[in-house]
Design a protein around this ligand. Structure first.
Ligand code: AGP
Length: 619
């Protein structure tokens, strides 16, 4: 999740642009850059690391003449970018802004260009030369291909060729005082000041300069100059849209208008899943994990997978285990990393050990990965952070692309991890011929529909969950029950509630209840049951009956339209229908919201719960 800022107006803009990036720091970054039009050319400074590095580099560059005649009037048109790497290593060359061959076009981009490989090949065939490993650079060259003196027309032509999940802003040295942006799924917003205009990924970037914001919607092209903002559709037909006055304070703006980062990140889950899967499912026929440096022959002959992780990441691994065993028929062993590292595990060549860690820095997970590697196993890191230690302690890496997660309680990184595990399971099934092509195509099509189903589920269930939370926030204990693919959802839902509300909570395999936990139940016990459609739903419903027979209150998570659950449970919260193995991606949503709203009702700090750290770098 990168940060974009653009400015046109009458003021010198380098500092304005860097200040705008600093207001987007919460989006996460590993490098940054700023380009301005000055003295008829584009002058650019980029730096790896945090924004202090960029600021220092800009000051050094400008004090050394900045490559332009000192007499040149200060630049008043520019773009800037903070990068959260998804394609290409964390290097200065890969930092944005990116230029075309002539270096007279510069662009900044957030998101993913799904068809970047084929476009790069086609552009290279026309003689274009690339200076980075990124997908974003393609856009600068694509605009160059179409540029004929009209930047907006060239951007529209470029937009028509791109596929993916992105927003970008472009400028041309021949057209100072003009920026052109385009939006496809990723956020882009314009700010209108007095004789100046802004474009940005999020309102905080320009909130200190103007509170008049103009929303840019999907498939729209936006042009800004000192006089204001004009919007068109992808064909160039004008769209009228006025500015809205933003009342947020800066802190609220960083949360995108949500009251907390956790709630903002719960609502970013559709994007997190979309960006994690979008360019790995290039066709209906197969999963593209070519970025994962493991030979197909190794994966085809794999004898066993071991998944090691902690906390929420462990729960994502549990979902992955069911998917991999169901689809690819590869045995999967799960272990909590802090246990695995000390139990002298039997592991060696022929095994694949998957370390799941969103931070890439969890000490126990890193130790477990290193131990497995020392024993000769191949290690795959599944992480959200490029350049993290886990990426250096593994033979191969698969990135989730959830963007920076500020809230200590993992939410969007969980669904992104689960989505990534589904990709691994499907890829293994394809390689080993374990699923018929028709079934693979069905699952790919359904995976592609998940972001929309996440949005629909959140929209449909949030008020219902808030209502349930309002009558349960003072409960002394919750029990969560689930079976099969529903069990990891219970474990994760229970962890969320524990983490942010501090209410004692337990989660059990529903079939295990009669072996002891049922003694916990009385009329005061709320029992949350994950009862989404699956081959074991009848069994779960029997357990719900047993729970009710003890007088406990049952709150069931059900697949939309599955009436049977509503006939048995006291309260039912519906989630979107999807393939039963994919249900965890939507079933977890109401449980995240339940934990959130109960904690808010208890007036607790959900973003920084007591005793917790976002990354546990010690054992
Ligand atoms: C989850 O909400 C917690 N913040 C915690 O359990 C976390 O998942 C665990 O510490 C693992 O972190 P990692 O994914 O960065 O390795």
């Amino acid at each position: 999740m990168c940060g974009i800022v653009g400015y046109v107006g009458a003021r010198p803009c380098r500092d304005l642009l860097v200040a705008g990036l600093e207001k987007l720091e919460y989006r996460g970054y590993d490098s940054a850059g700023v380009s301005v039009i000055e003295d008829g050319r584009i002058d650019s400074v980029r730096a790896v690391g945090n924004l202090a590095n960029l600021r220092a580099a800009v000051e050094d560059h400008v004090s050394n003449g900045g490559g332009v005649a000192v007499a040149a009037p200060p630049a008043t048109t520019g773009v800037a970018h903070t990068r959260w790497a998804t394609h290409g290593r964390v290097t200065e060359e890969n930092a944005h802004p990116h230029g075309d061959c002539s270096d007279r076009i510069h662009i900044v981009l957030n998101g993913i260009v799904e068809n970047h490989a084929e476009l790069r090949q086609s552009l290279a065939g026309e003689g274009h030369r690339f200076s980075s490993e990124t997908d974003a650079e393609i856009v600068a060259h694509l605009i160059e291909r179409h540029y004929d003196g009209d930047l907006a027309a060239a951007v529209r032509a470029c937009f028509a060729e791109l596929r993916g999940h992105y927003a970008f802003v472009a400028m041309h040295a021949d057209e100072p005082g003009l920026l052109v942006g385009a939006r496809k799924e990723c956020p882009l917003v314009a700010g209108v000041g007095d004789g100046e205009s802004f474009l940005a990924s999020a309102i905080p970037a320009f909130l200190a300069e103007t509170r008049d914001a103009v929303a840019i919607e999907n498939d729209e092209i936006v042009t800004i100059d000192a006089s204001g903002v004009s919007i068109s559709d992808a064909e160039g037909n004008p769209i009228e849209r006025g500015a809205e006055w933003v009342s947020w304070d800066v802190a609220a703006a960083e949360k995108g208008g949500y009251e907390t980062f956790m709630l903002k990140e719960i609502h970013e889950q559709a994007d997190a899943v979309a960006e994690t899967i979008v360019d790995r499912l290039p066709t209906d026929e197969g999963v593209d994990l070519s970025e994962v440096e493991l030979d197909d022959s190794f994966l085809r002959d794999l004898r066993r997978i071991v998944i090691v992780a902690c906390g929420t990441s462990y729960h994502a691994g549990l979902v992955g285990r069911y998917a991999i065993e169901e689809w690819a028929r590869v045995p999967v062993e799960m272990d909590i990393a802090s246990e695995y590292r000390y139990r002298n595990p039997v592991v060696g060549p022929g095994d694949l050990v998957i370390g799941i860690t969103q931070s890439g820095e969890t000490a126990d997970t890193l130790a477990a990965m290193r131990l497995a590697r020392e024993h000769g196993a191949k290690v795959l890191a599944l992480t959200n952070v490029m350049g993290s230690q886990a990426t250096r302690d593994a033979d191969a890496v698969l990135y989730t692309r959830a963007g920076l997660e500020v809230g200590v309680a993992a939410t969007k990184t969980f669904v992104a991890q689960v989505a990534a595990m589904y990709l691994i399971g499907l890829r293994l099934a394809e390689l080993r011929g374990a699923l018929p092509p028709q079934r693979v195509a069905e699952l790919i099509a359904e995976l592609r529909r998940l972001p929309a189903k996440i949005e629909a589920t959140l929209a449909a269930c949030e008020d219902r969950v808030r209502e349930v939370s309002s009558t349960h926030h003072d409960q002394r204990f919750f029990l969560y029950l689930g079976r099969h693919i529903g069990l990891p959802v219970c474990l994760e839902g229970a962890l969320k509630l524990k983490e942010v509300s501090y209410i004692p909570t337990d989660a059990y395999a529903a079939g295990e209840m009669k072996h002891g936990p049922i003694a916990l139940l009385d009329e005061s016990t709320p029992v949350v049951c994950v009862a989404t459609e699956s081959p074991v739903l009848d069994k779960v419903l029997s357990n719900v009956e047993e729970v009710r027979a003890r007088g406990a209150e049952t709150i069931a998570i059900a697949t939309e339209g599955c009436e049977r659950v509503g006939e048995i449970a006291d309260q039912t919260i519906e989630v979107a229908r999807t393939d039963w193995i994919l249900q965890p991606i939507v079933a977890i949503l109401p449980l995240q919201l339940l934990a959130y709203y109960i904690a808010r009702a208890r007036d607790l700090n959900v973003d920084q719960p007591r005793n917790l750290a976002k990354t546990v770098t010690v054992e």
